[in-house]
Design a protein around this ligand. Structure first.
Ligand code: PLP
Length: 359
């Protein structure tokens, strides 16, 4: 049975003038739409009380599980204004499937993918005016699930809340294409074999922040994590998957090991790269080979990919005691980015059936 949603419209919708102002320069994750979706799961009754209601604070008991044991997962995908004025999301089923894999790892209940998609659709329809139509802008959807059982006993929560919030998003980077600098973290790792690296959970992000700060202290914007066992194989950034381009046009990305987050953008890149005539290799990548390859010019581009930033080209790779610089010219990353963004905005055919029409 598909989830039924009740709708309680906000008594104080954002004025069209204010909304136009917000959508003209949305930034990322700063302003939220007028409504949110909430649904409750309890054992043994399952999911109930799904509602689209005014966006606003939650009132939670201080002993709520999430505050203490971090049992929480999230997702992120975008809704795009289409040339005919309608709205479509990019591969929400893929995010729904990943949400369930994350839920299983964090001992959270399953949410059928159909309900995950229907919930996001219901919020998008209610706040359709919040989907920007300019340039690369979109409405970022943030579905998440948190343990809301009250008490300090350690066990999988018997009460859980699912929410979806939405935030208009402009270009992630101010100039749209400026290169990022990356700090190679040699002291801290993000995920270990058997751990939660492949789950999209807040705990992974919490654990990455100290490395992120170390990167910032060393003049870098992002951090590259290596594998936890040998500290030798490239894994990914704190929130994006990594790619290298060889001078013969071959694209290389770390294979999924169980400690790497399986990005939907990464998956799309594999197919789009092949469509654009590139060979794609998914395999283990030695950080030393990357350092040497960039130095010798054998690696011509490095870029990261993820829903929020789409593709971020890497300009510098820095570590304790050294750094290498990449060319400012990034034809491969630029072509891949354009192909993906055009597909998402309906300006290019969608041979993969990736776009999901909402309205
Ligand atoms: C979300 C995320 C990504 C990117 O996934 P997309 O589905 O492409 O947005 C990559 N790495 C980590 C750790 C993530 O949390």
């Amino acid at each position: 049975m598909t989830m039924e949603f009740s709708v309680e419209p906000t008594p104080t919708p954002t004025s069209p003038e204010r909304l136009a102002e917000i959508l003209a320069a949305p930034g990322f994750g700063r302003v939220f739409s007028d409504h949110m979706l909430t649904a409750t799961w309890t054992h043994p009754d399952g999911w109930h009380d799904a509602q689209v209601r005014p966006y606003g604070p939650l009132s939670l008991d201080p002993a709520t599980h999430i505050f203490h044991y971090g049992q929480a997962i999230f997702e992120g995908f975008k809704a795009y204004r289409q040339p005919d004025g309608g709205i479509a999301t990019f591969r929400p089923e893929a995010n729904g499937a990943r949400f369930n894999r994350s839920a299983a790892r964090l001992s959270l209940p399953e949410l059928p993918v159909d309900d995950f998609v229907a919930a996001s659709d219901a919020l998008i329809r209610q706040d359709a005016a919040w989907v920007p139509s300019a340039g690369e802008a979109s409405l970022y959807l943030r579905p998440f699930m948190v343990a809301t059982e009250v008490g300090l006993g350690v066990h999988p929560a018997q009460e859980v809340t699912f929410l979806v919030i939405a935030s208009p998003a402009g270009s992630y980077f101010a100039s749209g294409s400026s290169q990022v600098s990356i700090w190679v973290s040699e002291d801290y790792t993000r995920a270990a074999p058997g751990g939660t690296g492949a789950a999209k959970c807040g705990g992974n992000y919490a654990a990455s922040l100290v490395a992120q700060q170390e990167g910032i202290d060393n003049g870098c914007e992002q951090v590259l994590f290596l594998d936890a066992v040998e500290r030798r194989w490239i894994e990914e950034l704190g929130g994006m998957n990594l790619w290298a381009v060889r001078d013969d046009g071959t694209l290389i990305t770390p294979e999924l090991t169980g400690s790497i987050l399986e990005g939907v953008t990464r998956d799309a890149m594999v197919l789009i790269a092949k469509e654009l005539g590139h060979e794609v290799e998914e395999r283990r990548i030695d950080i030393d080979d990357v350092r040497k390859g960039v130095d010798s010019g054998q690696i011509s581009e490095v870029f990261a990919c993820g829903t929020a930033a789409v593709i971020a080209s890497v300009g510098t790779l820095k570590w304790r005691g050294g750094e290498v610089t990449l060319p400012a010219d990034t034809p491969v990353a630029s072509a891949l980015r354009t192909a993906l963004v055009d597909l998402q905005h309906g300006r290019r055919p969608d041979p993969y059936g990736w776009m999901h029409r909402v309205c």
